[in-house]
Design a protein around this ligand. Structure first.
Ligand SMILES: *[C@@H]1O[C@H](CO)[C@@H](O)[C@H](O)[C@H]1NC(C)=O
Ligand SMILES: *[C@@H]1O[C@H](CO)[C@@H](O)[C@H](O)[C@H]1NC(C)=O
Ligand SMILES: *[C@@H]1O[C@H](CO)[C@@H](O)[C@H](O)[C@H]1NC(C)=O
Length: 471
């Protein structure tokens, strides 16, 4: 099994004609916003059972794509939704890909030809975008973009048309900070705000659980039926104070703990650290000491030749959680979300966390269990445990008070206070497999130190994370 086949976020894209009714551009008189479905790669209803089984069998559990229509008449393109990068581009070079399955996927995401659009302007500028894996040489264009199925159009958006790509299977919709931070032009998020498509520069991401196979991103709104209680306010760490000096969605994490089925929670030592939230990364990256300790507690023998921690699939269906504590909220990730199961015979299971001593990020294995509003107006992230009790979008305005946006779901089954729970040294952490050695593993803790990352060490897991070379 190749690394790439396990990690790259590939999904066979089919036209989403039946999604149209779920995409709304709204103006309720108090605010304007837009909802865009986020489709999981494992969703058989969207992609077909055969496509999921054949094309995705050995690939990422989930991939998160948005459908956009570019130009006049519209040309449909699927782009990867990525909070870890800043620019939009389309037209991956499918011929540069090695495997037949990758090429088929790549061809299915669509492409864009400005010559076929009456509203296109090709600008005489080029750029090279480098990601954790792969890169794209782009030529900038301007054209109108509609989120597929909606009626409103963002006009004359500047984005990239790739002229050469390496290891990229789809374009990327970077929804990080744009103008004045990472780009010298308004990016997609800036434009949605500037053009009044959302009144507050804020968007909410609920990727949804694996079993739901569908989520949504709301630009300019929050869905109060995706959490209970209040959203915890976490200041976004300014670029100048962040570990890599880049304006990303960095927030302070207080601790990581494990609650096995026995409910005897262990808090890992030295897990207070800045982390950033990245929908563009399939997995979560943590320092090796810590990932080793967590993996040991899951009964893993250590990293395999491919760089992953294999664990017993008996854990997959157990009722344990890995917990990430922040000021005011602890996100509890069920075992079946933090582990990924390969549909081989017999199945193989892996921890959805891989070691990296240089860069700490919470990828999709974390994001599926959280509901997160990214507020670029006041530079905060608002976070709650994800739960789904329906749909109730509330438009956000420049004067919206997040403390008043209460979740409408009944209290979740999530228990409070795990971070401060029992850390008895004799607890069997993972009932089925843990031994005394697992306790030792946990006790060794980890030091979450930082260095400025050298991105060459970051491969497939951070495909969506762009290397910033400055303005
Ligand atoms: C998935 O991986 C297994 C084991 O590595 C291999 O035997 C199988 O052919 C792969 N399936 C696909 C669809 O690539
Ligand atoms: C960028 O900076 C300019 C000049 O300070 C300011 O007018 C503008 O509002 C800023 N735009 C954004 C998106 O921050
Ligand atoms: C945690 O960090 C402190 C301070 O850096 C250090 O003294 C201690 O040894 C660390 N503990 C572990 C278990 O790594």
């Amino acid at each position: 099994m190749a690394l790439a086949s396990l990690l790259l976020r590939l999904v066979l894209i089919a036209p989403l004609a039946n999604c149209v009714s779920q995409i709304d551009w709204e103006d309720d008189g108090t605010g304007t916003w837009v909802t865009l479905p986020v489709i999981h790669g494992t969703n058989e209803r969207r992609f077909g059972k055969r496509a999921v089984e054949v094309q995705l069998a050995n690939r990422s559990d989930v991939a998160y794509y948005a459908s956009i229509d570019i130009g006049s008449p519209p040309q449909q393109n699927f782009v990867q939704l990525d909070t870890g990068s800043f620019e939009l581009w389309v037209n991956p070079d499918c011929n540069s890909l090695r495997s037949n399955g990758d090429m088929k996927f790549c061809e299915a995401v669509g492409s864009y030809d400005p010559a076929l659009s009456s509203t296109a302007t090709v600008l005489g500028e080029t750029n090279t975008l480098r990601y954790g894996i792969g890169s794209a040489d782009i030529e900038y264009v301007r054209d109108d973009i509609t989120l597929s199925g909606s009626t409103s159009t963002a006009t004359q958006i500047k984005f990239g048309k790739a002229t050469r790509t390496d290891d990229e299977f789809a374009g990327i919709l970077g929804i990080g900070y744009g103008l004045n931070f990472t780009t010298d032009y308004p990016n997609f998020i800036d434009e949605l705000h500037d053009q009044g498509i959302m009144r507050r520069k804020a968007f909410s991401v609920g990727l949804g659980s694996k079993s739901e196979e569908e989520g949504a991103i709301l630009f300019g709104a929050v869905d109060t039926k995706k959490y209970s209680g209040s959203l915890a306010k976490l200041p976004i760490i300014p670029a100048s104070d962040s570990p890599d000096g880049v304006a990303r969605y960095w927030v302070n994490m207080n601790s990581i703990s494990l609650t096995p089925p026995s409910k005897k929670t262990r808090v890992y030592e030295n897990t207070t650290s800045p982390v950033f939230l990245d929908t563009g990364a399939t997995l979560t990256l943590l320092p090796q000491d810590l990932t080793d300790a967590i993996a040991t507690d899951f009964g893993s023998d250590g990293l395999d030749v491919n760089g992953f921690y294999q664990v017993g699939c008996d854990l997959y269906d157990m009722e344990g959680t890995l917990n990430f504590a922040f000021d005011g909220v602890t996100i509890q990730i069920p075992y079946n979300e933090i582990l990924r199961k390969q549909p081989t015979t017999p199945p193989k299971c892996y921890l959805g966390i891989v070691p990296n001593d240089e860069f700490l990020l919470l990828g999709d294995t974390f994001m599926r269990s959280a509901y997160v509003t990214f507020d670029l107006q006041d530079d905060n992230v608002y976070m709650a445990q994800y739960t789904n009790c329906g749909t109730s979008p509330q438009a956000l305005n420049p004067d919206s008070d997040f403390s008043e946006v209460a979740g409408e779901c009944a209290g979740s089954s999530v228990e409070e206070g795990n971070a401060a729970a029992d850390i008895s040294g004799t607890t069997t952490l993972v009932d089925a497999t843990a031994s005394e050695t697992s306790i030792a593993g946990a006790a060794s803790g980890a030091s979450l130190g930082f260095r400025i990352p050298t991105f060459t060490t970051l491969w497939a897991v951070t495909i969506g994370m762009v290397v910033v070379v400055g303005l």
